[in-house]
Ligand binder design. Structure first.
Ligand code: ADP
Ligand code: MG
Length: 560
């Protein structure tokens, strides 16, 4: 990056998504802090008064601006970060349009005091609207201090949009702490109305900042992802994502950095959510932070005036890489958890039955009755409330939700069967079902997906259908087609249609809460659950089991 600030040529100006607008105090903070980062600062101090409307001041110890260049910094389309129009295709800095400071000066009084690294003198300029003062000598440490006062004094309309100082300050604090996750090597401090609010000292890696941003408890549920090696994109996917069971009602806590830029990206949010498909509860969202590193010419930040969105070349590959990296981590994590809950005694360690896979064994069919169950270490003790299976070994108590567990098992079998192409078993006597118009229409659209999942249905006259085959192994159940369609309709359409249909199909194939189970059936259920890829959650995201080890119990009795 050259350190000369120059006015961009007309051709480049014509190509940038111009029209930088300062919407609120937090936008001022963003522009100034990004400039400090571009100037290689190691320490950035943000001080605001009255939520930033009275004053925003950002001080840094970065490269500084020389006397000759100072007035240019405030000129529109003057930047040191871009020289040729062709540079637009590979932007490596946060700023590039030379509009930030000019946009701020258009709506506030700006004063810059700066001292170039290696020079002993500091200089000051003031700017407002179109006017910029001559540089005058000032006192200042190496680096740059930008003061922005009386925000929107000359544009009363924008003041209307401002909320209370406390609310504006909250925005600033939350943006700055999120941004700080992307720059662990920089010390950030925030002051409000003369008080030190927080400081994040420079640290080795982002992990050490998670608690500050997400809160201690929420940060405890974050696990690292690292797709550098596994992905097919050039670049990498790193970050920290919440484990299933820890989630938020909205997507605001899904932070995303693309090449150091903190962004909102509906596409990446969708990839994130898709990775949780069968882990997360409907309507709840995972949280955490993802860092995408891509070749600069694969990322175009020049699509939005506030640079809060980017266009990605190879977007669908990136989508896939993000989804796969997260899904793989979650799967490994779930397997580890289950291992931990059973490892000490190798509980659940039943022999794999000869019939497994080859001839599908349902909990409810005869094949099961003759199965020889070796004594498991994890002993089924009791069915509780006809809904939960209580099991234990020497150290651990396990409470399993029989429906959720069976649903998970059936779901994975349906998915596997659909892949291997041997999904269904014909019914001896087809089941004839009558549906209303709405249900008939809904069903007609789903026939193909259901067939792939093993439920074969054919139209049999106006509003009448025949179930001719069911998912292999689950034929003993009377399939409640109308109930299935109602559940599916109630569920909403956030997910992939096959995942939704198959999850509901699994739900309707299996044992329900309130159903009495034999001890052998319960043992079988636990054993099959152990072989699932995602044993801890049902396909709708509810937990399948609660586990208490002796330490948990000790804590409950206040022994620990
Ligand atoms: P941009 O960041 O898009 O280049 P700005 O208007 O935000 O546009 O800044 C204009 C120029 O002023 C920058 O290119 C940079 O050379 C200089 N500048 C702004 N802030 C700082 C700072 N904190 N430290 C050093 N130089 C700065
Ligand atoms: Mg800038």
């Amino acid at each position: 990056m050259s350190s000369e600030i120059r006015v961009l040529d007309a051709e480049t100006i014509g190509q940038i998504a111009a029209g930088e607008v300062i919407e609120r105090a937090a936008s001022v903070v963003k522009e100034l802090v990004e400039n400090a980062v571009d100037a290689d600062a190691r320490r950035i101090v943000v001080s605001v008064e009255r939520g930033g409307v009275q004053l925003v001041e950002v001080g840094d110890d970065g490269a500084g601006i020389s006397r000759a260049q100072l007035p240019l910094a405030l000129r529109r389309h003057a930047t040191s970060k871009l020289t040729l129009a062709t540079d637009l295709s590979a932007i490596a800095t946060l700023g590039f349009r030379g509009e930030g400071l000019a946009a701020v000066a258009a709506v506030a009084q700006v004063e810059i005091v700066s001292s170039r690294r290696g020079e002993s003198s500091a200089w000051r300029v003031r700017g407002h609207a179109e006017t910029v003062s001559e540089p005058e000598p000032a006192a200042g440490a190496p680096g740059t201090r930008v003061r922005v006062a009386q925000l929107f004094d000359n544009v009363p309309v924008r003041r209307e949009y401002l909320r209370s100082p406390a609310a504006e300050f909250a925005r600033i604090s939350s943006w700055l702490s999120s941004f700080a996750l992307g720059y662990p090597g920089i010390t950030f401090s925030l002051r409000h109305d003369g008080r030190d609010v927080w400081t994040m000292p420079a640290v080795e890696d982002a992990r050490e900042r998670l608690a500050m941003v997400f809160g201690r408890e929420a940060a405890g549920a974050l696990i690292p992802i690292d797709g550098a090696a596994a992905t097919t994109i050039s670049g990498g996917v790193r970050g920290f994502v919440s484990t299933p069971g820890f989630d938020r009602p909205d997507r605001r806590n899904q932070l995303l950095f693309v090449n150091g830029r903190l962004l909102r990206s509906p596409l990446m949010s969708a990839a994130w959510t898709a990775a949780y498909a069968t882990f997360a509860m409907l309507g709840r969202h995972p949280y955490g932070v993802i860092f995408l590193e891509l070749p600069p010419d694969h990322v175009d930040p020049n699509v939005h005036p506030t640079k809060s969105d980017v266009r990605l070349r190879f977007g669908s590959q990136v989508f896939d890489a993000v989804r796969r990296t997260i899904a793989a981590t979650l799967q490994a994590h779930a397997a580890q958890r289950l291992q931990a809950s059973t490892s000490a005694t190798n509980a659940f360690a039943l022999p794999v039955h000869a019939g497994d896979g080859a001839s599908p064994v349902s909990l409810f069919d005869e094949a099961f009755a003759g199965t020889d169950l070796a004594q498991p270490q994890m002993r089924v003790l009791e069915q509780v409330a006809r809904t939960y299976i209580l099991a234990a070994d020497g150290d651990t108590l396990l409470l399993v939700d029989q429906h959720a567990a069976h649903e998970r098992i059936a779901y994975e079998r349906i998915v596997d069967a659909a892949r291997s192409g041997a999904p269904s078993e014909p019914l001896l006597v087809p089941l004839v079902v009558e549906l209303d118009t709405e249900q008939s229409a809904a069903l007609t659209e789903l026939l193909e997906t259901l067939r792939e999942g093993g439920l074969e249905i054919e139209p049999f006259g106006e509003g009448v259908f025949r179930i001719i085959a069911t998912p292999a192994g689950y034929g003993a159940r009377q399939f409640d087609l109308a109930g299935f369609l109602d559940d599916l309709a109630a569920e909403g359409k956030q997910r992939d249609v096959r995942e939704r249909v198959w999850a509901s199909l699994a739900c309707h194939c299996v044992c329900v809460a309130g159903e009495r189970l034999e001890r052998g059936e319960m043992t079988m259920l636990l054993e099959r659950l152990q072989h699932c890829r995602n044993p801890m959650h049902c396909p709708h995201g509810r937990p399948t089991m609660v586990r208490l080890d002796s330490q948990d119990v000790a804590r409950m009795f206040k022994r620990a």
